[in-house]
Design a protein around this ligand. Structure first.
Ligand SMILES: NC(=O)c1ccc[n+]([C@@H]2O[C@H](COP(=O)([O-])OP(=O)(O)OC[C@H]3O[C@@H](n4cnc5c(N)ncnc54)[C@H](OP(=O)(O)O)[C@@H]3O)[C@@H](O)[C@H]2O)c1
Length: 264
């Protein structure tokens, strides 16, 4: 009897790290449910994947920064009787700027997408996974998770939540057959910088630490598949997180402000 393919739900599969992850799952014959806002792009990606791989691809256009959207996505999977074996909470964005000058609505949307929807999807699908005794969850945090981020204050705080939440539930799921991997990328070339408001010629693009989305996705994919809990991409990122750990809080926050200011 032919073995049934597994299925992954990926949020934010239309660009950057999420798009690369989408191809990695497809290559391994894992069926896809792809969810983000841009319907045209989702349909294009669905078409591209179907031409290359013999898998099932469902797309669900949704704005996960809006209340009730994660539940609608979950209900879509239930209606279609799809068992989600892997969940990738990748969709997210940040915004550069002084807190007194940035838009509150943008920040509330960011909190909803980066925190609320991620939590809701993890709860709804995590419960099902636990009942079945199998599942893998990949939550995308950031190197920004490890310290406060002046000029990216709300974004850094949302990613701090992702890190803390994901590590805690990874421990709760211990022995249940469900793994939770937290991936912390550093600066990665993707649609992120443009949306965050970084300049086209920002110094960040010449930074030694910047990498492309493909490398980050491959790393995260491998670590998720081997049930790692907390993974930070790149030696420079790992070293800087280690150093920052030993610095007094106010000094490290001042340093981060200088770094963001310089690289913007
Ligand atoms: N790039 C970096 O330097 C970096 C560093 C650390 C962590 N990260 C994290 O990595 C993850 C992936 O980001 P990326 O760098 O690959 O950025 P990206 O290229 O901008 O991709 C973001 C993805 O999220 C989707 N998305 C954005 N807003 C959404 C919404 N409201 N509802 C549903 N989907 C939404 C986008 O699709 P639509 O536009 O179609 O909605 C897109 O597919 C994010 O969580 C980000 O915080 C990035």
């Amino acid at each position: 009897m032919k073995k049934k393919n597994k299925t992954v739900l990926i949020t934010g599969p239309t660009s950057g790290i999420g798009l690369e992850l989408t191809h990695l799952f497809a290559q391994d014959n894992i069926n896809l449910i792809l969810a983000s806002r841009n319907k045209k792009l989702l349909l294009k990606i669905q078409n591209d994947i179907l031409k290359k791989y013999n898998i099932i691809v469902n797309v669900y256009p949704v704005d996960l920064s809006k209340s009730g959207s994660a539940r609608k996505l979950y209900n879509f999977c239930i209606r279609k009787k799809i068992i989600v074996d892997y969940l990738v909470n990748n969709a997210g964005f940040g915004k550069y700027g002084l807190f007194t000058q940035t838009s509150l609505n943008t920040e509330l949307d960011m909190i909803h997408l980066n925190i609320t929807s991620l939590t809701e999807l993890t709860k709804l699908f995590g419960l099902k996974m636990k009942k079945r005794g199998f599942g893998k969850i990949l939550n995308i945090a950031s190197t920004a998770s490890f310290q406060p981020g002046p000029f990216m204050s709300v974004y850094s705080a949302t990613k701090n939540y992702v890190l803390s939440f994901s590590e805690a539930i990874a421990e709760e799921f211990r022995g249940s057959g469900v793994s939770v991997t937290t991936l912390c990328p550093g600066p990665t070339i993707s649609g992120f910088q443009k949306r965050a408001g970084f300049k086209d010629d920002a110094k960040m693009y010449n930074s030694l630490a910047i990498v492309d989305s493909k490398q980050v996705a491959q790393f995260g994919y491998n670590k998720m598949m081997s049930n790692h809990r907390l993974v930070i991409f790149g030696l420079i990122n790992r070293l800087s997180i280690l150093i920052v750990k030993f610095l007094p809080s106010s000094f490290k926050t001042y340093l981060v402000k200088k770094v963001y200011n310089y690289y913007h």
